[in-house]
Design a protein around this ligand. Structure first.
Ligand SMILES: NC(=O)c1ccc[n+]([C@@H]2O[C@H](COP(=O)([O-])OP(=O)(O)OC[C@H]3O[C@@H](n4cnc5c(N)ncnc54)[C@H](OP(=O)(O)O)[C@@H]3O)[C@@H](O)[C@H]2O)c1
Length: 379
């Protein structure tokens, strides 16, 4: 089924820009250029909700979510609370590997208890780490995440990377497990009502083809790195033609050099918005969900304020000149980084003897049991 953008996000609605909206966007753009201290006085009114896209599971997914990777414990809870209570967010992108789901869960619980948002309106994504591919581990991984997030069900659960590692190792392939078996375990959890939609992350066309050969439930989402330096247009087209919604991670290219690039800053000036808003609008107006990470209230606000302007064909054309195919995410097991052709086999070789000595449990990162001796008892 082809995913359909909700009417609220259609281009006709985005072209009905009023001067008030532009002025507000401009003010927010200026505010977003520098980090601001958390505001103690919330705006009088919560912002309007972010538009949604319909998944092949029939559930609605907000086009903007708050990223939480590297949002530190002690800070992430306030960012989630601010995003939900004041900035119109209803979507939070989490993962067990980010080591902060307990604090995110506290903020979600408090937001619901205060009446800021109802569970039905909230969309929470989490991800299953690379060494949890056997059915028992899939179930236990989900249950730990649900406990940490203090939820009865997840809106979306993703296979974090298209790799199958032995439990407790980094980059050591588990020959007795598979993505297909992991997917069947996820399908069973959908049947039980513990997950509403299931999807993948960092999968390419061949990996999706392989998965869909045996899947009973088609993946609803593929979350991939996407920004003008790495647009992955062919993969976006492939997914959208098959009704798989694409989520762009690192949509700001991690907040680096792109903001200062004259191509981006000129377009931002033309529309009186911030460079970050240009990068995010570039994805959402193609029906691609974005999950920008910020712990800065003014930026959290600006990153969800994308509906008062539209990039035209010349803007999109200019942004296409920024493509250089370089990933901004340093994951040795990723396939997008050219340097990994050498790095990946090297690290696999180095990690093999290490895995004989210690077990590193990324799914439990930052808590007791995160690492232990390989020969010690227990899970
Ligand atoms: N599936 C995967 O394998 C995968 C991989 C990577 C990321 N992700 C997800 O995608 C999310 C976003 O990606 P990311 O964290 O890599 O990078 P990103 O969202 O592209 O960039 C985040 C950086 O940009 C800054 N920033 C945010 N909004 C800004 C604005 N309006 N103006 C200026 N700077 C701004 C943030 O700073 P402050 O926080 O200080 O404001 C932070 O340093 C992650 O948090 C995670 O949820 C998934």
């Amino acid at each position: 089924m082809r995913a359909a953008l909700s009417a609220a996000a259609s281009s006709s609605s985005t072209t009905t820009t009023t001067s008030t909206t532009r002025a507000a966007s401009r003010a927010r753009a200026m505010a977003s250029s520098a980090p601001a201290a958390p505001s103690s006085t919330p705006p009088a009114r919560r912002r309007a909700p972010v538009p949604t896209v319909t998944l092949n599971s029939t559930h609605e997914m907000p086009l903007v979510g708050l990223g939480t990777w590297q949002a530190p414990v002690g800070v992430v809870g306030a960012a989630v609370a601010d995003a939900i209570s004041r900035r119109g967010y209803a979507h939070v992108d989490c993962a067990a590997a980010y080591a902060n789901e307990e604090e995110v869960g506290d903020a979600l619980r408090d937001a619901m208890a205060s009446g800021a948002i109802a569970r039905e309106s909230l969309f929470v994504t989490s991800k299953l780490w690379n060494d949890r591919r056997r059915p028992r581990d899939v179930r236990a991984g989900l249950e730990q995440t649900l406990r940490d997030l203090k939820l009865d069900y997840l809106d979306l659960y993703l296979i974090h990377w298209p790799v199958v590692w032995r439990r407790g190792t980094l980059m050591q392939r588990d020959g007795d497990a598979s993505i297909a078996e992991c997917w069947r375990a996820l399908e069973a959890l959908v049947d039980e009502g513990k997950i509403r939609s299931i999807g993948v992350s960092n999968f390419d066309e061949a990996q999706l083809e392989e998965l869909m050969r045996t899947a009973r439930i088609a993946p609803a989402v593929n979350q991939i790195e996407r920004h003008p330096k790495l647009p992955q247009d062919a993969l976006v087209r492939y997914c959208q033609e098959r009704g798989i919604v694409v989520t762009a991670y690192s949509p700001l290219a991690r907040g680096g050099a792109l903001f200062a690039d004259p191509v981006v800053s000129d377009i931002a000036e033309k529309h009186s918005v911030a460079p970050a808003q240009v990068l995010l609008r570039w994805s959402v107006q193609r029906g691609v969900v974005v999950v920008p990470k910020s712990v800065t209230p003014s930026r959290i606000e600006a990153n969800a304020d994308l509906w008062g302007f539209e990039l035209d064909a010349s803007d999109v054309e200019a942004l296409s000149t920024l493509e250089d195919g370089e990933s901004v995410v340093a994951s040795p097991w990723g396939t997008k980084q050219k340097k990994n052709v050498v790095l990946r086999p090297l690290l696999t070789a180095i990690m093999w003897p290490v895995s004989k000595i210690v077990r590193v449990d990324v799914q439990r990162m930052g808590r007791s049991g995160f690492w232990r001796w390989a020969w010690s008892e227990g899970e």
